[in-house]
Ligand binder design. Structure first.
Ligand SMILES: [Mg+2]
Length: 234
């Protein structure tokens, strides 16, 4: 009798506030750069530009989508100018523990981020984990029929799973954003909430908490716990 093939998960790992702390240095600079861009491009005072940036982020899940839809901005220009990080290696420290975790995790490891490719690749290099990641799916790759569909787009998640050629139930989305996890669960992916860097759970209904039949399968403080929770995934 042959033993069943072990179900190796395909890890879909968010980047910011999942693999590293983006809240301290990185997000403040991105927010400032986005606000500067919106103020310059739309000729708005800074406070109005900042409010519009937040409004589009809340409404569409990404400021970029609002700027494309309502102001016809060049997405590549925006992404480049909103991520000014010539000194990324000074803001994101090498993470030996994360290297060990990624080495120990069974299965493919794919970073899926709403950030742009150049920035995401820079963070992975600064963390020292780039060689341990099998693939990087940045926001530029979440474009279908000319339309950007970043997380939490369910259409994008279904297309992503189809492109990976594995059943959705073998994919595990690891995230700090409950909205993104909720969308993934609706697409039958498995879900792990990472809370250690300040998870975006505000306003999440109680059903968003971890547990059997919930929208989140497992909740961890840090990705360092992933090797220990593989067996707890349904
Ligand atoms: Mg995140």
């Amino acid at each position: 009798m042959t033993r069943p093939h072990p179900r190796r998960p395909v890890w879909l790992l968010d980047l910011d506030n999942t693999l590293h702390d983006a809240g301290t240095h990185v997000f403040p600079r991105i927010n400032q750069a986005m606000t500067d861009y919106v103020a310059r491009r739309l000729a708005l005072p800074h406070d109005e530009a900042s409010a519009l940036r937040v409004h589009y982020w809340r409404r569409y899940g990404a400021t970029l989508l609002g700027l494309i839809r309502h102001h016809d901005v060049d997405p590549h220009e925006f992404l480049r100018e909103a991520h000014p990080f010539p000194d990324l290696h000074r803001l994101v420290a090498r993470d030996h523990g994360l290297r060990q975790v990624l080495r120990r995790l069974p299965g493919r490891k794919i970073v899926v981020t709403n950030g742009p490719a150049a920035y995401a690749a820079g963070v992975l290099r600064a963390l020292g984990v780039a060689p341990l990641v099998d693939d990087l799916i940045p926001i530029e790759a979440m474009r279908f029929a000319g339309r950007f569909m970043p997380k939490p787009s369910r259409t994008m998640m279904r297309k992503l799973v189809a492109r990976l050629r594995v059943p959705a139930g073998r994919c595990v989305l690891v995230e700090d954003s409950v909205d993104n996890l909720r969308a993934a669960r609706a697409c039958r992916l498995r879900t792990v909430l990472v809370t250690g860097h300040g998870a975006r759970t505000a306003g999440a209904p109680p059903a968003a908490r971890a547990g059997r039949g919930r929208r989140i399968d497992v909740q961890v403080q840090s990705v360092g716990q992933l090797p220990r929770i593989v067996h707890r995934l349904p």
